[in-house]
Design a protein around this ligand. Structure first.
Ligand SMILES: Cc1cc2nc3c(=O)[nH]c(=O)nc-3n(C[C@H](O)[C@H](O)[C@H](O)COP(=O)(O)O)c2cc1C
Length: 182
């Protein structure tokens, strides 16, 4: 069965109307704030421009073929750039790289053009900016683009993957954290 054959809802006959109502938006956001995520900077480069954005919504899809996805708000300037460039890089931040998260979330003083200093960034296969000291790097070609609500879901095929050293930068309960392994 492919995704287009899947029903949007489970058999509604077995559920009451109340159960089928969508959760309250604020409840959803509040509950989701408890989830721990890695913090990443998604970058792109090409005719559509060199841009980056901080993203926690990123995950592996499958290793065969190596595929991952990132979710980016429709109003982000990175969306049209990724669509035009056809490539992006998922840069997973290390626990000491909080400043990059703030920078690419537009929460620091630097203008977009000043965000990619040569000492911090390099390139791999696609030409998208690659953080030299990132915890993990996934350089991707765009495979599929979905739109769901307010967000674009970019599914990328990974052309190059590289691991770095250190601990992941974690975002949960609206704050940054560093893991203390148990
Ligand atoms: C920790 C953290 C996680 C974020 N995760 C996402 C995300 O998954 N998707 C998204 O679209 N924006 C996310 N944002 C917000 C964007 O980084 C922010 O809106 C950014 O400024 C968009 O910039 P632009 O409009 O210049 O592209 C996150 C921000 C922070 C600080």
């Amino acid at each position: 069965m492919n995704s287009t054959q899947l029903p949007k809802y489970i058999n509604p006959d077995s559920l009451s109307d109340q159960v089928l109502e969508l959760a309250d938006r604020a409840d959803y956001i509040d509950a989701m704030s408890r989830v721990a995520n890695s913090v990443n900077v998604v970058t792109t480069n090409g005719a559509g421009g060199q841009l980056g954005v901080t993203v926690s919504a990123a995950t592996s899809v499958t290793a065969e073929p190596p595929t991952l996805l990132v979710c980016i708000h429709e109003l982000s300037k990175v969306v049209p750039a990724i669509i035009e460039n056809g490539v992006f890089c998922l840069n997973v931040l290390e626990s000491e790289q909080q400043a990059f998260s703030q920078l690419f979330a537009g929460l620091a003083a630097e203008e977009p053009a000043e965000r990619f200093s040569a000492e911090d960034w390099t390139q791999l296969k696609t030409g998208s900016p690659v953080l030299k000291d990132g915890l993990a790097i996934f350089d991707c070609r765009v495979d599929t683009i979905h739109k769901e609500g307010t967000h674009y879901i970019f599914i990328g095929q990974v052309l190059a993957a590289k691991k770095g050293d250190g601990l992941p930068l974690v975002y949960s309960q609206r704050a940054y954290a560093k893991p203390d392994w148990i």
